[in-house]
Design a protein around this ligand. Structure first.
Ligand code: AGP
Length: 615
């Protein structure tokens, strides 16, 4: 997510802005910039890439001022470039703005402002805000901001400065976090606590539709109607390291708990008010999508598990044959390896799934597909990453930066995108009509609340971790669309707690894995109420008959399964095809607490990297 810092006080503002942005780096970014008021002028500096590029550029200048705003950009609309970096300026270069969030109606606003003569220089949604403020600016920046935000749809946290009011910063928020820091003869605004904790522990948390005006002496907060609002000052008790995780002990737990919001973001971006699905950057015409006869999905690790779920869903809903390959294995497929790679049927599509967009194996697989002139669509979480640039079209997961090495929210976002893509393809191929699309989309829109319900109370899962933290092997069993969930649960456990864990299709138990079962081996069985429930119950009874330990993930109020389980983790009842979104969350949480209780480095497990950029 983007990072915002603003300052009004007596200190030289540039070091304060750079220091604040540095403490927000954990949020992930691809460009940075500052704007300061200097002797009645507005000075801006922006750089692509790391913060030190901006810092060293500023060190070569004699810029000096005591009021300013800064920004680190996590690209959502528009590639990471200097033009798209914040701050953005109005036409007269007298107002500078930084923004975190998504303006959903930016296109209409941009068109209307262009008609009124405004000139745009970036491809971002954010730039419309500063031109709106310019449109409404008479003699009060606060009033202009109040008028402008009334026109915005979507989420925003903004900080604005103006040449004609050089001593103040105006800030506003809706849907994106923004805090005000209260210092001695200095005041701050920031996206998150770490940016200002060096200077003050006294903060005000702005609420939606509130506007703050700060100068070195005072801070006022008003609501969208322009009425003064009394705000409580909170005292931050975290130390600076904990604060980067927003008070969470680990990024992984923070990212697990962000999952309802991640799905909400996907709903905002991919589903319109009539519950119709749309993909803006897919770059494949309806005709091309309709003609697709074969899909190959390439990915690694968790992304590969999401690809397996994509296979179940796309084949079931859209009737398109799907193969799923480890990226690292794709190159050995006989039809490609050796000799001349024959050109593929143009109705074939390759889907590359990657959180980081930099995984070398997946890039190598894409190169082979390119060689065969297969169209490539990527499902990716990093705007402008290499995999995206090497693709014909992209569906961004918009999960925000995922810092923990173990993928959680990005995986859930990939699964969610596959669900919507499968329904979308089914509609385009006329296999389902609008009513069915609306029904399936409606069921998906319930997911944030259901995931939140699981996250809200993890006490039983923590008990389970405490009970089994000493074992040295686990089995994870699932069938059908929860077979990949079993694989993902096993990967989560092994990669952060270093306990050996094997995920397998429950139907495979009799073909080998059941030999492992004894009184020391826990088997996590995903047995929610669905078509394969009875078969899962048979697997559970076979394990119990051999004194195995059974930890079931089951549908709430299922009392029968408790008779055969040592522990039952209940999840809300959902449509079978969406159960994979619900059932993986307790497995993420179980792995997390197992790792914590074993004293492992949860966010940076041994031997692993967040992005495997070598083959
Ligand atoms: C998942 O928890 C692991 N961190 C790893 O398997 C990861 O999913 C894999 O390396 C793929 O990474 P990517 O999604 O960035 O391509």
């Amino acid at each position: 997510m983007c990072g915002i810092v603003g300052y009004a006080g007596k200190k030289e503002v540039i070091p304060v802005l750079i220091d604040g942005l540095r403490r927000l780096e954990y949020r992930g970014y691809d460009s940075a910039g500052v704007a300061i008021s200097e002797k009645g002028k507005l000075i801006t500096a922006k750089r692509k890439g790391k913060l030190e590029f901006l810092d060293s550029a500023l060190n070569k200048t004699s810029f000096s001022g005591t009021v300013g705003i800064g920004h680190t950009r996590w690209a959502t609309h528009g590639e990471p470039t200097i033009r798209n970096a914040h701050p953005h300026l109005d036409c007269r270069k007298e107002i500078a703005l930084v923004h975190n969030g998504i303006i959903e109606n930016y296109q209409q606003l941009r068109d209307a402002l262009k008609k009124e003569g405004h000139k745009f220089v970036s491809k971002t949604d954010s730039e419309v805000i500063v031109h709106l403020i310019e449109k409404y600016y008479k003699s009060s920046l606060e009033k202009a901001v109040l008028s402008a935000i009334k026109r915005l749809k979507g989420s925003y946290a903004i900080a604005v400065i103006c040449k004609n009011e050089p001593h103040r910063v105006v800030a506003a928020r809706c849907g994106s976090p923004l805090i005000v820091g209260l210092g001695k003869e200095e005041n701050f605004v920031a996206s998150d606590v770490p940016a200002i904790l060096t200077y003050t522990r006294n903060v005000i948390y702005l609420d939606d539709y509130e506007v703050a005006v700060l100068d070195e002496k005072k801070v006022t907060v008003k609501n969208i109607k322009g009425r003064l609002v009394e705000k409580k000052t909170e005292k931050i008790k975290w130390d600076i390291n904990a604060a980067e995780k927003g008070g969470y002990p680990h990024f992984m737990l923070k990212e697990i708990e962000e999952q309802p919001q991640v799905i909400e973001n996907i709903i905002h971006r991919r589903i319109d008010l009539k519950k119709r699905i749309f993909f803006d950057d897919i770059n494949l015409s309806t005709k091309e999508l309709k003609s697709i006869k074969k899909i190959t999905i390439v990915a690694c690790g968790s992304a590969w598990h999401a690809g397996l779920i994509g296979k179940y869903l796309i084949e079931k809903y859209a009737g398109v044959s799907v193969e799923v390959d480890f990226s690292s294995e794709y190159r050995y497929r006989s039809r490609i390896a050796g000799g001349r790679a024959c050109l593929a049927d143009k109705r074939e599509l390759l889907i590359a799934v990657s959180q980081s967009g930099e995984t070398a194996d997946t890039l190598a697989a894409m190169k082979l597909a390119r060689h065969k002139r297969i169209k490539i669509l990527s499902i990716c979480n990093v705007v402008g990453s290499t995999i995206v640039r090497e693709s014909d079209g992209v569906i961004y997961t918009h999960a925000g930066p995922e810092i923990g090495v173990a993928s959680t929210k990005a995986y859930l976002a990939q699964v969610s995108i596959f669900y919507l893509l499968a329904v979308h393809l089914a509609f385009i191929k006329r296999i389902i009509g609008r009513n069915t699309e609306r029904r399936l989309v409606g069921e998906f829109m319930e997911m944030p609340a259901l995931v939140q319900k699981i996250i809200k109370d993890t006490s039983l899962i923590e008990k389970c971790a405490e009970k089994y933290k000493g074992v040295n092997s686990f089995l994870y069993l699932g069938r059908n669309i929860n077979y990949p969930t079993a694989l993902e649960g096993a990967l989560k456990l092994k990669e952060i707690s270093y306990i050996h864990a094997e995920g397998c299709g429950a139907g495979e138990m009799k073909h080998g894995p059941i030999a492992l079962v004894d009184e020391k081996l826990p088997s996590v069985c995903i047995a929610v109420k669905c078509d394969v429930y009875e078969k899962m119950m048979s697997n559970i009874q076979e394990i119990k008959a051999r004194s195995g330990i059974v930890i079931s993930v089951a549908t709430e109020r299922d009392r029968e399964i408790a008779k055969y389980s040592d522990m039952v983790i209940y999840v809300p009842k959902v449509n079978e095809d969406l159960s994979c979104i619900i059932t993986v969350v307790p497995l993420q949480i179980l792995a997390y607490y197992m790792a914590v209780k074993r004293g492992c480095d949860v966010d940076k497990p041994r031997n692993l990297a967040k992005s495997v950029t070598v083959e």
